[in-house]
Design a protein around this ligand. Structure first.
Ligand code: PEP
Length: 266
């Protein structure tokens, strides 16, 4: 299976100048022979909404994909939804994917399962691939509720397919799951590889139970992945890549992580 390494830039960089500087570094390094391996895993970056069109223009002749970090829950297209950006607008700006359900959206914007069902429906209606983030909080982890939390979060996909059976065609190519324990995001704390592996196996089995065509879905790990720990996550057969926050803001660390995952899929 091809590995994916996705950079979630969050609300960074601050200026168009800094976005271009990051892209300069990234594209230069990808072209360097020493980083040639990095292209054997699929790279994707998710800039702020306002930078998507410009980033996509710069990535047009590269192998790197561009994603949004979120889309509107209210309409797939247009409407009186001040501040929102729709799936259609994201596609028009050049992105082929969107992240949905990131824990920061769930936490700061109170995104519910119902809201995420709406967003996923709109994304797939507009042929936008979805990187769906799931994961437990520290309290839930301590209470050993990880798998129960994940089951509840994955039930959004079950409902989606019950309501829109037509979405199953090609869904295995348009849906990626990112398992991100909330307590590991931006904290420097990580679960053990064995814990991640067990959880990923459970996610893959659960999705296969929804529909037989979802029998080997791409499941990424996210949460404080860096140049020092990427190798150990990449070595596990259940971990198909990484969703990277902080370390994606420097080309060097982002590509070092990509190279770790490239080596295991070469
Ligand atoms: C994220 O925001 O999805 C993330 C994994 O962040 P970090 O790598 O900084 O923990």
């Amino acid at each position: 299976m091809q590995a994916w390494v996705i950079g979630n830039w969050k609300q960074n960089p601050a200026t168009r100048h800094d976005v271009n500087a990051l892209l300069d570094d990234l594209l230069f390094a990808i072209n360097e022979k020493e980083h040639a391996d990095a292209t054997s895993c699929q790279l994707m970056v998710a800039p702020s909404c306002i930078h998507i069109a410009a980033v996509n223009d710069r990535l047009r002749n590269s192998s790197v994909f561009c994603a949004a970090q979120d889309i509107s829950a209210h309409s797939a297209s247009t409407g009186a939804y001040t501040g929102d950006c729709s799936a259609q607008q994201i596609v028009d700006a050049g992105a082929a994917w969107t992240i949905l359900g990131h824990s920061e959206r769930r936490q700061y914007h109170q995104e519910s399962h119902g809201c995420l069902l709406q967003k996923m429906t709109h994304a797939l209606t507009q042929n936008l691939g979805v990187v769906f983030c799931i994961g437990e909080t520290q309290v839930q982890y301590d209470a050993k509720e990880t798998l129960a939390v994940i089951d509840a979060q994955l039930s959004v996909i079950k409902v989606l397919l019950a309501q829109n059976p037509e979405f199953i065609a090609g869904l295995s190519e348009r849906l990626i799951i990112a398992y991100e324990p909330v307590w590991a995001i931006g904290t420097g704390k990580v679960p053990t590889v064995a814990e991640v592996s067990t959880t990923h196996r459970h996610i893959k089995q659960t999705l296969a139970g929804f529909n037989e065509t979802l029998d080997n879905m791409t499941v990424l790990y996210g949460g404080s992945v860096n140049v020092d720990n990427a190798d150990i996550f990449a070595a596990d057969a259940m971990i198909d890549g990484a969703l990277v926050g902080g370390a994606s803001l420097k080309a060097e660390s982002f590509l070092a992580i990509a190279m770790a995952f490239s080596r295991t899929t070469a």
